[in-house]
Design a protein around this ligand. Sequence first.
Ligand code: ADP
Ligand code: MG
Length: 320
Amino acid sequence: MSLSEFSLIDDYIATSATSRADVHVGIGDDCAVVEVPPGKSLAISMDTLVAGRHFNEGVNAVSLGHKALAVNLSDLAAMGAEPAWATLSLTMPEADVRWIRDFMQGFFALADHFGVQLVGGDTTRGPLSITVQIHGFVDPGRMMRRDGAQPGDLIYVTGSLGDAGLALQLQQAGKLDMACHQHLLQRLDRPTPRISEAMQLVSIASSAIDLSDGLIADLGHIVQQSHCGAAIELQRLPCSPAVQAAIARSNRWNLPLSSGDDYELCFTVPAERQQQLQQLTATLDSPLTRIGVIEQQPGIRCVDAEGAVDDIESGYDHFN
Ligand code: ADP
Ligand code: MG
């Protein structure tokens, strides 16, 4: 039996406030039919969240609706693509109307913010699982790929690193205190996709990736696909006061280096475009921080305040 029989779709899912002119047919027919602007290419990405694996079944459904879309928007941001349409596959054990209402509220709040229209999907019965596919537009000659970094390019990140990882750590230890850890939990449950930053960076950055698995792992994809390496200055890593305190307590850098779920952008900028980047910083929502440099030598090296170098390739455990 299909869950769509419960008229859930009409009542809670086909209720997008965003109505785009480039959508010829949205929810309600056999297919969505949409129009890509002339000269643009379609950027497509998909992410699945499985209960028990990517989130706890008891997690706030509004937050889950936000996050399911946010992680997809983050992939578009990493490519420099402008978001347009989403599809949503919902698999649920039962038709829990309140859950769906809350989930869609979180989903639509973020979708409307970025002008994204939900144009279709599927609703079925089964173990709780959520898949979102996102579609956006890129200029094929001007996108941020993982393989564009060159030795000498400077490495930057948006926002701050390690907040989501610290929230998860505290949560798992039963030490998350809503009074003083509100900001951290927000960073874990309601990540901000860096779309507006990406729209500005697309003409400046030589490569980019979004940080879902941690800086070392994700920057690792850039250096591998660009056939180069990187040096990171630990003292430069942008961290919130809570993460700074955790680093000082543990004397370990694993939160900003290897905890995931921050959904910030890591990108590289050629030396000759530094000035262009400087002019940008004042206009952006989140800070941009230079954290290191792309080098010819493969691997990632972390340099501490005393200038001591830790080669991640040979000592990854140290940070994990
Ligand atoms: P079909 O049998 O043709 O697949 P469905 O009953 O599955 O039709 O869906 C009816 C309409 O509702 C379709 O336009 C479909 O895209 C849309 N839809 C179903 N589930 C979702 C969902 N979770 N999110 C968005 N649209 C959905
Ligand atoms: Mg269907």
